[in-house]
Design a protein around this ligand. Structure first.
Ligand code: SF4
Ligand code: SF4
Ligand code: SF4
Length: 590
């Protein structure tokens, strides 16, 4: 049976068919759906972890115990997991271990375009790069064979286009794999310096064997056609190149890309007149090939930034644009990204944006959009958790230079659990005085509503302990904690004013569920969620445009009649009505 699956669904299916019994991840686009789909297979225990380091360590634990295990994350998540990552190849595994890195060329939903193929090389993981959904499933299964045969973890590198585009995938039965026997082996699993030195030597020997394997493995294959031009490629770039060149040129399609199959490349290069390397992002293969003293054309014509596509490749190689569908650019309306209508962050950001005496550091999540006009409330965004620690650095630098500056950091609940907590601990320990605002929308919002330690549910749908953020920050050492309703602008203003006067670390928790959340009965009871929508009384509206400053996409403006609220979008959060100085925004029916 064949089914149309995304690459992420196919990886989940591959893990199922490979007999995996343990899976862990922190959600992050474009990798999120891997675990969401694995959670549908009851044969696999699956969990969201607070961050990617924990995810890899949980999966490693499963593999050491002897179970086939998988950890999935987006490319920047691998940075968070980098600490265990660099030792895992040394210790090796027991049951097979696969780490999925979902890279995001083009930065559809990321803060950078890092190419994680270099992680495979530097952390010494063998790497597989599927080009489509079928390969995503097959390579996942193959990864377990390699992992157990060579006693190494394997990196499965996907990119956004593979993760999210669909292709036909052949379904096979699950192979039940017995847990391997765990044996206490201190020399193998204790990476102390004395053991680590031996492990490294052994790993280098394995890599030599793996290079021989990569020269022979069938997923590295030459397709000979006309040999005037040869193209070496991997991942989705293979599909694009095939679309551009068809059967007019020869291809060396690489699915196993670390260790690089040097003999195979030399043989292919010797048979073609002109050699191109077509790969997305960095010149990973190109550098390896040039180091072998083989002439190739690569990044001198193929862009190093952004996603590739057939048009880009055709233009780079042939110097002319391909014919494509005409579109009228004037009719395409630019829509800046914005927080949803009724987003619980909007009210707090509106109040924050009125303060000119503050530096506000931001973090990764929906609330990063608080940096966009008209709110302009956030001034930095670097990586998960950086809002709190960098705010501390800013405040300390001002203090050390005898200047006064109040600094606020804003971070979401899930991001706080991910890597914000340690920053807050640092502030308490090192006597900082930053105010940390935890925007608790009761869910992991931006990645599509995954549960987290604060929500009371696990990935597998079980009820669990919901961490109380107020008590948690108290326990870390914060004495001043304000828990407020962010839809109430007066409460937001008062909380900010109060925090401005406190000369020690403080925390404001804005607690209100995401406007798009599927509410639990408990939430429906706790919050008034069946709110009447708002409407503008055009007789009263003075066209002052104050309501536009909250940036709600449900509000538009008509020069004739004044502000207009789109009833399909409005959720009746009342933030705009609190801003209107003329009381022109009312509840429908009032
Ligand atoms: S998904 Fe939820 S938290 Fe994110 S912008 Fe929309 S309403 Fe706000
Ligand atoms: S703030 Fe009130 S008066 Fe001003 S444009 Fe909006 S609805 Fe009209
Ligand atoms: S009440 Fe106002 S701010 Fe809230 S969703 Fe409706 S239009 Fe937007």
């Amino acid at each position: 049976m064949k089914k149309l699956l995304t690459g992420n669904e196919a990886v989940a299916r591959g893990a199922y068919e490979a007999g995996v019994t343990l899976a862990s991840a922190y959600p992050g686009t474009p990798s999120t759906e891997i675990l969401e789909n694995i959670a549908n297979y009851k044969e696999i225990y699956s969990e969201w972890t607070p961050n990617e380091k924990v995810a890899l360590e949980v999966a490693l634990g499963g593999a050491i115990a002897g179970a086939r295990s998988i950890a999935a994350m987006k490319h920047v998540g691998v940075n968070v997991a980098a600490d265990p990552l660099f030792t895992v190849a040394y210790t090796g595994v027991n049951g097979g271990l696969v780490l999925v890195s979902a890279d995001d060329p083009g930065m559809h939903s990321s803060q950078n375009e890092q190419d994680n193929r270099y992680y495979a090389k530097s952390a010494k993981f063998p790497m597989l790069e599927p080009s489509n959904s079928e390969e995503a499933k097959d390579f996942t299964k193959l990864a377990y064979e390699i992992s157990e045969e060579y006693d190494v973890p394997v990196l499965l590198r996907l990119t956004t286009r593979i993760c999210h585009s669909k292709g036909l995938v052949a379904f096979e039965d699950r192979k039940e794999v017995e847990m391997k026997k765990y044996e206490k082996n201190i020399k193998k699993y204790v990476a102390s310096p004395a053991n680590g030195r031996v492990m490294h030597v052994e790993l280098e020997k394995k890599l030599k064997r793996l290079e021989e394997y990569s020269n022979k493995i069938s997923i590295n294959k030459a397709e000979y056609n006309d040999t005037k031009i040869g193209v070496i490629t991997s991942g989705v770039a293979y599909e694009y190149s095939k679309e551009v060149f068809g059967d007019d040129v020869s291809f060396l399609k690489l699915g196993f890309t670390f260790p690089v199959p040097k003999d195979l490349i030399k043989e292919f290069a010797s048979k073609v007149d002109k050699l191109y390397v077509i790969e997305e992002l960095e010149p990973y293969l190109e550098s390896e090939i040039k180091a072998m003293k083989i002439d190739v054309i690569g990044k001198d014509i193929i862009p190093i930034t952004g996603e590739l596509n057939p048009d880009i490749i055709a233009e780079a190689v042939f110097g002319q644009k391909r014919a494509s569908v005409e579109k009228n650019e004037e009719k395409i309306i630019a829509r800046p990204p914005t927080m949803c209508a009724g987003c619980p962050h909007r009210g707090f950001f509106y109040e924050l944006s009125k303060r000119k005496d503050l530096i506000v550091t931001g973090d990764i999540g929906c609330y990063t959009l608080g940096s966009a006009p008209p709110l302009n409330a956030i001034e930095t965004c670097i990586c998960m958790g950086a809002s709190i620690s960098s705010a501390h650095g800013i405040a300390k630098a001002y203090k050390q230079n005898n200047r006064q500056q109040k600094v606020f950091s804003v971070i979401g609940d899930s991001t706080f659990f991910h890597s914000g907590m340690t920053g807050l601990l640092d502030i308490v320990y090192n006597k900082g005085n930053v105010t940390t605002v935890i925007l608790d929308n009761r869910i992991t919002g931006m990645t599509g509503h995954q549960e987290n330690p604060g929500t009371g549910y696990t990935l597998m749908g079980e009820q669990t302990e919901a961490v109380d953020l107020g008590k948690l920050v108290n326990a870390i050492g914060i004495k001043h904690v304000d828990i407020i309703n962010p839809l109430d602008l007066e409460q937001c203003k008062n909380a900010i004013d109060k925090a401005m006067k406190i000369n020690e670390p403080s925390v404001i928790i804005t607690k209100w569920p995401c406007a798009l959340k599927k509410y639990t009965n408990a939430e429906k009871e706790e919050y008034e969620l069946d709110r009447q929508k708002c409407v503008v009384d055009s007789e009263v509206c003075k066209k002052c445009k104050m309501c536009l400053k909250v940036g709600c996409p449900a509000i538009s403006f008509n020069e004739e009649t004044g502000a207009v609220i789109d009833q399909a979008m409005c959720v009746g959060c009342d933030v705009c009505s609190q801003v209107c100085p003329f009381d022109a925004i009312k509840k429908v029916g009032e």
